[in-house]
Design a binder for this molecule. Structure first.
Ligand code: ADP
Ligand code: MG
Length: 769
């Protein structure tokens, strides 16, 4: 039975393929060029900006050097020089010899545009009588003002206009003209026409945000907002539209996260309740200090979580030096007390080794099960890194598998397939900012059947919104106070070029510290000057990072015209130069990622024991390294490090009773962006504020990681910092809605929105709950 064409529904829904409204060829082009497949995709391809007549400069008031956007009509087009329409006898003319000169007018004024390349292309677009927006920097040639190779957007359907009349100007006077992110193959106006075609027949369907929530937060209905963001009558409409569509993103994302949390809570996990007279109690008695209030509180939260029959998913954030390790050890011991095992995953070899050393020291006889002097309840602690020798590795693997080791400490090596636990009850991940979500998941899969509890720790404070989005499935605990007796770290920028004396003073300062029995770090961006394109942070164990900034220098110190700049300073050059110069006579050690692991261990042990005065190092010491007697840190070429990284690095000093000092040495010129960044780091010790600064300098995609960046249907309008409050409200509402209707059977539109939001990531996303 066939249906007459006139009876086919002539509406477009958001999920309809674009080809349906644009036709096959245009639809295919949109998919190929912009990756837009459905009507919804196109409608989420939001305008990049909007022009109004008021923003535009009249042609007769242009000044040389100004960057301007003008609305004008093409008056005269001339190709100058030989072209395809010129007859020639011998050989074709050189392409570069032709140029296009265009005179545009806005009525009273005139302006010349000049194009030296793609003359044919421009000539086709800039037809006499057509009207467009032209943007560029005004220059002057033989007394005439001109724009050379301006960017332009031609307005649609104005080709037949005979003159730039007052009426035409008027027509644009009050209109906001949307300009879309375009490409050479799809101009803004073609996108605009496609949007018109889709909007014409759009029926957006049920609104995913329920009416009561819309009313509470003064949100426009979705369809209205979609129409208004593309075709706003005025700025006020635009504001409403943007707010509503941001809500869509935040609400959908939070609903997805809420579902995921519910799914996670439905997973079985073995409860590991605390026992009164176990290892935890014995450990507490051994501790050389009393726990801070915060450590105690967080400890209780964790103890409670571990006793639950569904997996803990907790993020512990606390400033560098706030004492997260002790909290983690107590949690691990609670699990051991309950008959399970715990794993501690560290991002670098250096940190894994340090954890092993300090944790076995803190535990003392409690870690010596089966050995002479080991306590009754004692367990065993094993270390497994990429460089653990064959024998030690075999025994670590065996102890993990049999359950003889209650605690396993290691790097990525812990994630390998052959590592199996008898009964992994808790996975602790230190310095989460250096790990991706994948590692977290890999550890979770180490025990068949039930899921281990997970505790992730970070010293890079995570802004509230990021915790609510990227880490949206984690409960957050914060250690805000530092243990008593900590000294503040003073930070200063040392402008090495402008003030060479300051740098001399820095070395002098290190000598003084060493004379009074302290130690110092000197940090350089590279290992050796021969290696190229390699940052100093490369340790075989380094994971890709979310907040790790060493790869992106944010255009601060790098960027413009700095090719001639000298290569970054290298440990292997700086160490001998210091030892033979300003620090002559001091015991100078060297530390970097390419040292043999045994050597790393030896150097760190020697430094911790005070057998070295100065450690010249790359960023391998960035996280976690804890030598309380080290009081001074000099960071060379500081502009080459990211904000969070600098904050982490300086957290290595001032960990004891003596005041810490961090000197940020830079050759970046005063008032450069790089210097501003360093000044900000020097000005505040508040890691939270700095992480916001760091975040503000990144694009949302960078922060969310590749999994969420640049994909279809991901965050388009939402800004994690600027929209904090909005995200928080959306979280509250979405969580309540999902709690009330976990499968969203009463809210199919929310379900659809989540499907669209997650796209092909859906299975992966929910599976990882
Ligand atoms: P971070 O939170 O940066 O990982 P650590 O766990 O490495 O900090 O702790 C830093 C130092 O503080 C360690 O030497 C640790 O033994 C010490 N420490 C931890 N808790 C306390 C406390 N309550 N009182 C005094 N010192 C503490
Ligand atoms: Mg730590």
């Amino acid at each position: 039975m066939s249906v007459p064409a006139s009876m086919l529904p002539s509406v477009t829904t958001l999920r309809d393929p674009l080809v349906k409204s644009l036709g096959k060829s245009a639809g295919d082009t949109f998919e190929k060029v912009l990756g837009l497949r459905t009507a919804g995709d196109l409608l989420r391809h939001y305008p990049r900006r909007y022009y109004t007549r008021g923003d535009l400069t009249p042609l007769d008031s242009l000044h040389e050097g100004d960057h301007v956007t003008v609305l004008a009509m093409v008056d005269l087009v001339s190709r100058i020089g030989p072209g395809p329409d010129v007859k020639y006898n011998h050989k074709p003319p050189k392409r570069g010899s032709q140029r296009l000169e265009v005179i545009v007018t806005d009525g009273p004024g005139k302006l010349q545009l000049v194009f030296f390349a793609s003359v044919g292309l421009h000539a086709r677009q800039l037809r006499q009588g057509s009207i467009g927006l032209f943007a560029g920097t005004v220059s002057s040639f033989r007394g005439r003002r001109q724009l050379v190779h301006p960017e332009y957007e031609m307005l649609p359907d104005t080709n037949d206009t005979p003159l730039m009349t007052a009426e035409i100007a008027e027509q644009f006077a009050n209109e906001l003209i949307a300009v879309y992110p375009a490409s050479a193959k799809l101009s803004s106006w073609r996108i605009s026409r496609a949007v018109d075609a889709v909007l014409d027949k759009l029926e957006a369907g049920e609104d995913p945000i329920p009416a009561d929530i819309r009313e509470k937060y003064d949100l426009w209905p979705r369809e209205l907002a979609i129409r208004a963001i593309h075709r706003p009558q005025d700025r006020a409409e635009l504001t409403h539209a943007r707010k509503r569509l941001k809500w869509d993103e935040a609400f959908t994302m939070q609903a997805a996260l809420a579902q995921r949390r519910l799914a996670a809570a439905a997973m079985p996990s073995v409860p590991r309740p605390p026992i009164p007279d176990g290892l935890v109690a014995a450990f507490d008695r051994r501790l050389p200090f009393t726990l801070t209030e915060g450590q105690r509180e967080v400890g209780q939260e964790i103890a409670h979580d571990l006793a639950c029959a569904y997996p803990m998913n907790r993020l512990l954030q606390g400033e560098v030096g706030s004492g997260k390790t002790v909290v983690a050890v107590r949690a691990m011991l609670q699990v051991v007390d309950a008959g399970g095992q715990a794993a501690l995953l560290a991002p670098t070899e250096v940190l894994a080794q340090q954890h092993y050393r300090s944790i076995t020291a803190l535990l003392g006889p409690l870690a010596q099960a089966g050995q002479l002097g080991g306590g009754d309840q004692a367990t065993r602690v094993a270390l497994l890194t990429g460089s653990t020798g064959v024998r030690a590795r075999r025994s670590a693997l065996t102890d993990a598998f049999t359950g003889d080791a209650g605690i396993l400490i290691g790097t990525h090596a812990l994630l390998e397939d052959r590592v199996r636990f008898a009964d992994l009850g808790l996975a602790v991940i230190d310095e989460q900012h250096r790990f991706g979500v994948e590692q977290r998941d890999a550890l979770r899969d180490k025990t068949l059947g039930s899921r281990p509890h997970v505790l992730v720790m970070t010293a890079t404070p995570i802004p509230r919104t990021v915790a609510m989005t990227v880490f949206g499935d984690l409960e957050v605990s914060t250690l805000s106070e530092l243990p008593a007796g900590r000294s503040p770290i003073a930070s200063h920028v040392v402008p090495a070029l402008e003030r060479p004396r300051f740098l001399e003073r820095a070395w002098q300062r290190i000598r003084e510290e060493v004379e009074s029995g302290r130690q110092a770090y000197v940090v350089c961006p590279r290992i050796s000057s021969e290696t190229s394109g390699e940052s100093g942070g490369e340790d075989a164990d380094d994971a890709d990072a979310i907040f790790d900034a060493d790869a992106d220098l944010e255009g601060g110190g790098q960027g413009d015209g700095q090719d001639a700049r000298r290569p970054p300073l290298a440990v292997l050059d700086v160490a001998p130069a210091l030892a033979g110069g300003p620090l002559a006579g001091l015991r100078v050690g060297v530390m970097h990622g390419r040292l043999h692991p045994d050597e790393k261990d030896r150097v760190m042990t020697a430094f911790a024991a005070g057998q070295l005065d100065v450690l010249v190092s790359t960023t391998v010491i960035e996280v976690g390294v804890d030598v309380p007697n080290a009081t001074t840190m000099v960071i060379m070429d500081a502009e080459r490090f990211g904000v969070s990284q600098l904050h982490q690095l300086r957290g290595r000093v001032g960990r004891g009773a003596h005041a810490g000092l961090c000197l940020l040495v830079t050759e970046a010129p005063a008032e450069s962006a790089a210097r501003e960044r360093l000044d900000a780091v020097a000005a505040t010790g508040d890691g939270f504020q700095l992480s916001r600064l760091d975040l503000a300098q990144r694009r949302e995609g960078d922060v969310l990681g590749s999994a969420q960046a640049g994909r279809r249907s991901s965050l388009k309008l939402l800004r994690l910092l600027a929209d904090e409050d909005l995200i928080a409200s959306a979280r509250v509402e979405a969580t309540a809605l999902v709690a009330d209707d976990p499968q969203l059977t009463k809210h199919p539109a929310v379900k659809d929105a989540i499907d669209d939001f997650l796209g092909d990531r859906k299975a992966e996303f929910l599976d990882k709950a």
